[in-house]
Design a protein around this ligand. Structure first.
Ligand code: DQA
Length: 263
């Protein structure tokens, strides 16, 4: 329990993952299957350590094994009933697998139709580019029809844009139909963190929607622990390898959540 958190008057439940109440959702990206026989071993670790949801970083997993079949992971996760975010990140926003957008989006669409992940993460620019309209609207419609939580996300791995730009990005994410807004930027200095905290607070206060905000990089670690207090619902932790810089090890984040809960 995060006693000081800015919460929503009505929490939003996506297949048992609750956004907007006093609890912060702890997510662990899966970027490699090396050393594991299958995903069930990772699920066991996640359960044991108190992870609420895994993030399947499909771009990383394809880099590791180009012949990877989604059924090896997603079917098993579905059978195990463990929640997951499905992310096939674009190389434009930190993805590691080079692939043209239309192919990537076609694969995402095929995968969500077949496996129905708990939550899907797709970049905002996909919803704004007229050339991707077909995929964007199909992904949106299918997610709504099937109750898949849709994260619409924005990442800047170099900078933190100014307050107005970030606020507008949050509004655009909501306007294109996001269930969950997400903004991740590189913090170059502490003023970037202050900007992100203000945006987090204001988007939460005005839009009243599930929200994930974070800052990356060494300094960004400070933003990663503070944004949940100002209204971000989920933190990404390093359970078995970082998918982005500044991710905090799970045990530290759990300590922080415990301390905040005692204030
Ligand atoms: O977008 C995000 C946030 C993230 O980049 C981070 O910095 O923790 C990690 C990614 O795996 C996830 O998709």
């Amino acid at each position: 329990m995060f006693a000081l958190r800015y919460t929503l008057e009505k929490a939003v439940n996506v297949h048992g993952i609750v956004f907007g109440d006093n609890n912060v959702i702890i997510a662990a990206p899966v970027i490699s299957l090396k050393g594991f026989n299958d995903i069930s071993e990772i699920v066991n670790i996640a359960k044991e350590k108190g992870i609420h949801i895994l993030e399947i970083r499909y771009d990383y997993l394809l880099m590791e094994n180009k012949d990877l079949s989604p059924s090896n992971i997603l079917l098993q996760l579905n059978n195990l009933g463990f929640p997951y975010i499905f992310t096939f990140r674009s190389p434009r926003e930190g993805g590691v697998y080079e692939i043209p957008d239309h192919l990537r989006l076609k694969m995402i669409l095929d995968i969500i139709v077949k496996y129905k992940p708990t939550i899907l993460d797709v970049e905002l620019y996909v919803f704004k580019d007229p050339e991707m309209r077909y995929y964007a609207s199909s992904i949106l419609k299918y997610s709504k029809d099937e109750g898949i939580g849709l994260i619409v996300s924005y990442h800047d791995f170099n900078n933190t844009p100014d307050y107005d730009t970030l606020y507008r990005i949050g509004e655009e994410e909501a306007a294109v139909g996001a269930d969950i807004l997400k903004i991740a930027t590189m913090a170059r200095d502490f003023s970037d963190i202050i900007t992100m905290l203000r945006v987090t607070h204001d988007l939460r206060a005005k839009l009243r929607k599930p929200l994930i905000t974070l800052t990356m990089g060494e300094r960004g670690k400070v933003g990663r622990v503070l944004t949940p207090i100002f209204g971000s619902d989920l933190v990404f932790v390093d359970l078995m390898g970082k998918s982005a810089s500044g991710q905090i090890p799970l045990s530290h984040m759990l300590d922080f959540v415990r301390i905040m809960g005692e204030l």
